[in-house]
Design a protein around this ligand. Sequence first.
Ligand code: HGY
Ligand code: MN
Ligand code: MN
Length: 417
Amino acid sequence: MSSATFDPIIGREFIGRVRELARHSDSTTNYTRTYLTPAHQDASGRIAQWMREAGMAVRVDAVGSVLGRYEAAAPGAKTLLMGSHFDSVRNGGAFDGVLGILAPIACVAELHRRGERIAVSIEIAAFADEEGARFQTSFLASRALVHGSGAIGELLGRRDAEGIPLAEAMRAAGLDPSREFAGLDPATLAAYVEVHIEQGPMLLNEDRALGVVTSIAAGTRHLVKVRGEAGHAGTVPMPMRHDALAAAAEMVLAIESRCSAGGSLVGTVGILEVKDGTGNVIPGEVRFTADIRAADEETLRDASRDVFARCEAIAKRRGVAIEVAKTHAVRSAPCAGWLQDRIAASIERVIPGAPARRLSSGAGHDAMILAEVTDVGMMFVRCGAGGVSHNPAETVSEDDAALAIAALLDFLRHFDR
Ligand code: HGY
Ligand code: MN
Ligand code: MN
């Protein structure tokens, strides 16, 4: 990387901001920042301040996303929307989402410092809820920005682990859940570009700092409820049991085996809860989540069909009832060829010597929602620590952060659409 052009000071400053933002956490022992908590609201205020310091006009939208705007050189220009999310998973990594907010802010700050304006207006969206970890509301914020209040109405009744409805949490955060608003006008957009950590080991294994995303995998998430019969752990003979947890455990393994068919197909049970779980009681009711993804819709559809057919068969054999509810679905999203080429060209100008690596994304991103109305592009940044993410070990180096900012700044300066 000796011929790469980047400013290490920018990288150090950037990592400092990521670490500072990560201190706004719901937990005192790890980094967890879920939608509309006090830590989330503090982080929102800090991001808004950095946007203002970068010369941006800032507003907060109806669901709490923070949007900064930096006008084009000439009036009437289209808007290049960039951004990512500032909520996190539980005990997550500090770079997931945040990198895609702070990197464009660093670019605009540099343009502002030099008094530079580019051919398009720049808008940076810090999406308030993408992971959906608190209310199971994946992509809530980008869906709201793109499609308006109609896209989130049916989510308002969802409750968090304390039983607080989303609408109440919004009111407590100073938002109005009854407010009706339209989605953005796609005609005003030139494109959407998101910078994100790769959340995998490809760039790391090939010793590359940056990469270009070609497409983003489709995904569904279901909530499965299993109802058996609670009973005394000491008196009910094994053959007479309708143990909801044993049934769920067999279903979890069925999901794992069906989704191990190869290719891009993956299946994960991330949450499994036993209702009124007690050591000496046969579980009567269990619920678990099933997250299934694949690069293409057909593989995903076939796998989902098979998985839930197997769960039904297990339930029948064990004499338990099963309810399957889809809580989230997102179509696979292609990244526009022209944006891939421009991002690749910027990477190759900043890191000369080899064609930029193009790769698909198994992780979901707000870009999938923006892809429903405009062309999208994504730039990946090398994920350290073996490529791990959704894990506190997640990390990005100062130099890779500096390279990402340099490449994004080059992309902006060459963006004339
Ligand atoms: O689940 C995902 O792929 C993303 O982290 N929301
Ligand atoms: Mn994530
Ligand atoms: Mn993310």
